[in-house]
Design a protein around this ligand. Structure first.
Ligand code: SF4
Ligand code: MG
Length: 327
């Protein structure tokens, strides 16, 4: 299928008093129609900033898109006016966040919040919007839709609120749904239910999903394709089965080891030693070098190229896989 979104060398920077943070540093990848792409990494690796850049919600003057292009159906979103972007955001591309309580307006009813984008983007009148809202509440598996329509966010559980957020995000039948840690704030049983719901929706509506998570377990269940980010860069990408079968980058291997074993009631058995580097001090080298057990001299001196080492769909940036080592 066709590319729906294509990031080309995206650079998103934040100007801080300590210096420039390259939160997203020349990131390129694409999302095909109907595909679920998992964007994985520890917090602070640039996953959310990539999504915010796509939605053009990076805030000036501190946050700026310093370079690159973001194509959506062959249009460069970065060249659109605020108004044109406003017509895409919430309609063709929508987003759900980790914490539904802070994204829902506490003083408006659920019905008001679901009907708002329907009135704004689809120009439905009150009656039509209510009818569609009730359908959406049913679609996301909330019982007694009529009653929920008139309820306020605080009257619902966390899981129900996340379902409402999904209903709002789906209201205008978007081509792409961005889900930023959509289940992280929920308890395990509810997490599983929300993931089931997202899978159902994907099947029913063929919506592409950009699923941002630190949890490879979630990726294994949901994604077709995986992009692994570290310190603002993509360091590995592959189809999901390939990535789990044959992880290449030492960081990805570490994340896989850190994955809690399903069915075992244990906390993380292993976590990658060390911390994400200070984003202001990053050099032109492998940003993972001081956490990597395979680090060689060249890793500290030069950035490895991001490329395939055999399987065309599988790419990695790591000196271990370069034939010409120590160039
Ligand atoms: Fe480790 Fe070197 Fe590969 Fe970086 S490039 S992940 S330091 S082996
Ligand atoms: Mg985040």
């Amino acid at each position: 299928s066709k590319n729906l979104v294509e990031f080309r060398n995206l650079e998103t920077h934040f100007h801080t008093s300590a210096g420039v943070v390259k939160a997203v540093d020349k990131v390129s990848f694409s999302i095909r129609e109907g595909e679920t792409i998992g964007v994985v990494g520890e917090s602070g690796c640039g996953k959310s900033v990539t999504a915010m850049s796509l939605m053009q919600l990076v805030e000036a003057p501190h946050g700026v898109i310093a370079g690159g292009e973001i194509f959506y159906q062959e249009k460069d979103l970065l060249k659109l006016s605020k108004r044109e972007m406003g017509r895409i955001r919430g309609k063709e591309i929508s987003i759900i966040f980790q914490e539904p309580m802070s994204s829902l307006n506490p003083v408006l009813t659920i019905g008001d919040q679901i009907t708002e984008p329907l009135k704004m983007h689809l120009l439905l009148d009150r009656k039509e919007a209510k009818k569609r809202a009730i359908e959406l509440i049913n679609l996301v598996g909330i019982p007694r839709a009529e009653k929920i329509f008139d309820s306020y966010p605080h009257e619902l559980s966390g899981g129900m609120r996340q379902r409402v957020m999904i209903a709002i995000a789906l209201s205008c039948d978007p081509k792409l749904l961005i889900a930023d840690e959509p289940t992280t704030a929920l308890d395990v049983t509810i997490q599983a239910q929300i993931l089931d719901l997202m899978r159902e929706i994907k099947k029913k509506l063929n919506t592409a999903i950009m699923l941002i998570t630190h949890d490879l377990g979630v990726v294994a269940e949901m994604a077709d394709y995986v992009v692994v980010m570290y310190a603002g860069k993509i360091i590995e990408e592959a189809p999901v089965h390939e990535l789990f079968k044959n992880p290449q980058h030492p960081y990805t291997k570490g994340l896989l080891k850190a994955k809690p074993v399903i069915g075992q009631n244990q906390e993380r058995l292993y976590s990658i030693p060390g911390q994400v580097p200070n984003p202001i001090e990053l050099g032109d080298n492998c940003h993972f070098h001081d956490r990597c057990e395979f680090c060689m001299d060249i890793c500290r001196q030069k950035q490895p190229e991001f490329r395939s080492h055999g399987n065309k769909l599988h790419k990695t940036a790591c000196w271990l896989y370069e034939e010409a080592r120590g160039v």
